[in-house]
Design a protein around this ligand. Structure first.
Ligand SMILES: [Zn+2]
Length: 177
């Protein structure tokens, strides 16, 4: 999968990663999860199990903004996050490192495919971006073109549709399996 990237987007000091390198990173990761079975036989990745047992992460839900602009976030260290109640009042809540926090409204009104992609996008931040200065990686509707977000999108796509599994699925289709 390829994402359009324009020049002069924020890089946050991150080194450029070629897409092929990220595809290979996904394959290495999936080799270490459940015996690599998601590379061998075309099937949907068990996202919940991957988050919990491979990433050692926890999923939680909260209202992350008043205008729905924050889709999700991941905590790269223990930290406090501002969340909102239904009446719009803000409160600070503490979350441990490795928490994937999704906006509850977006989650409730999204397809399962969208949620699965968001979970894997946040896993990609936990995998790639722990060396960033901040304790929280916010994923906003408006920042999807910065290097951090492009890397997370690319790794998420490669984890959900790794190249060997896609080739296998095509072969099976051609053979009428
Ligand atoms: Zn993100």
């Amino acid at each position: 999968m390829r994402f359009m990237v324009t020049a002069n987007v924020p890089t946050y000091g991150l080194k450029y990663k070629p897409y092929d390198e990220m595809e290979n990173d996904a394959i290495k990761i999936l080799r270490g999860f459940e015996g690599g079975k998601f590379l061998k036989v075309p099937q949907a990745l068990d996202v919940d199990s991957f988050v919990e047992f491979y990433m050692n992460a926890t999923i939680d839900y909260a209202r992350l903004s008043q205008d729905g602009s924050i889709l999700g976030l991941s905590t790269l260290a223990q930290t406090s996050v501002t969340v909102f109640s239904e009446d719009g009042s803000a409160q600070s809540r503490s979350y441990p490192e490795n928490t994937i926090l999704l906006d509850v409204d977006i989650y409730l009104h999204s397809s399962s495919a969208r949620s699965r992609f968001t979970f894997m996008h946040e896993c990609a931040h936990l995998h790639y971006h722990k060396n960033l200065a901040g304790a929280v990686q916010y994923c906003n509707k408006g920042n999807q073109r910065n290097r951090c977000e492009v890397q997370a999108n690319c790794l998420a796509a490669a984890l959900l549709m790794p190249e060997p599994m896609v080739h296998c699925a095509f072969d099976n289709e051609l053979k009428g399996k």
